[in-house]
Every structure is written in structure tokens, then in C-alpha cells.
Write a protein that binds this ligand. Structure first.
Ligand SMILES: [Zn+2]
Length: 149
């Protein structure tokens, strides 16, 4: 029997977080952190709500996961995030020594890959999981926003 806990399963949970951001009028990006097939932290973009440019989904999730684990390092953890992390989040993920990063859509402008932001040598990265769902949500958000202005 195939395990229901695969990358798609957890990326769907990250997309639910992105939708929660959308409903608050935040750019819809969501993240979850998983250890042993268990979600220990969730986060979504809150930069408007908190008037804080550092309040990205990943940053919320990193802090919540460290609180949950009672330690700052996220070894054996996997971050699922709907959009390729930016330089700031990639930097925070570096410090966390997280084991795996799985992202959805590419961010060709501000993503860490084109900018060649260094990840921790212990960190594996994989992209393109439910990428269309993630980018459709972002497109829908910006179309709605344009129509309101
Ligand atoms: Zn970021």
C-alpha cells in the first residue's frame, strides 16, 4: 500500500496555508514543516497584517517548528513551501540546518536559486511540487488586486 504521506500530500497542506493568506489579503504563500510524516508547524505570509517585511510564510514556520521542537536546529525536518524561498528565507533556512526543502512554483525574480543563495550542505532541495496550483493562486491574487485598484 502506498503511503498517503508524500510530497503532494504535504504541499496541499502548504497550499491551504497560502489560501488562508489570500483570504486575509496577503500575497498567498504558505508553508508547513514536517517531521516523521507529522506537521509540526504551519505558516503563511503575514507581511501586511504584521506590517513586517520579514513575516514570510517560511519565517513563521521556522520559528513555530523551533518552538515545537525546543531546539533551534530543524534536522530531520522538511519544509514544504508553495513558492521558491527568497534570499532572506534561504538564509534563515541555512541557519536552521533543515534537512529538506520542497517548494512549489519557481520565483525567477527573487528566488534563491537564480540568486545562488547558499543553502546548508546538509540541506536537500526539490522543486516543482504542485507548482501550477501555487502559481495559479498567486496569479488569481494579483488579478483580483488589480481589479480592486
Ligand atoms: Zn522569503
Amino acid at each position: 500500500m502506498q503511503s498517503p504521506f508524500d510530497d503532494t500530500y504535504f504541499m496541499k497542506r502548504a497550499l491551504q496555508e497560502a489560501e488562508a493568506a489570500f483570504e486575509k489579503g496577503e500575497i498567498p504563500i504558505g508553508a508547513v514543516i514536517v517531521i516523521d510524516n507529522r506537521i509540526i508547524a504551519r505558516g503563511h505570509n503575514l507581511t501586511e497584517t504584521l506590517t513586517d517585511v520579514t513575516a514570510h510564510a517560511e519565517m513563521q514556520a521556522i520559528t513555530a517548528a523551533a518552538n515545537f521542537l525546543g531546539g533551534k536546529y530543524l534536522q530531520n525536518c522538511t519544509l514544504y513551501v508553495t513558492l521558491e524561498p527568497c534570499q532572506m528565507c534561504a538564509g534563515a533556512l541555512y541557519w536552521s540546518q533543515i534537512s529538506n526543502i520542497v517548494y512549489g512554483a519557481r520565483d525567477t525574480e527573487r528566488g534563491c536559486i537564480n540568486l545562488e543563495t547558499k543553502l546548508h550542505p546538509k540541506t536537500n532541495i526539490k522543486g516543482g511540487v504542485l507548482a501550477d496550483e501555487a502559481s495559479d493562486l498567486l496569479k488569481r491574487f494579483f488579478i483580483e488586486k488589480r481589479n480592486l485598484n
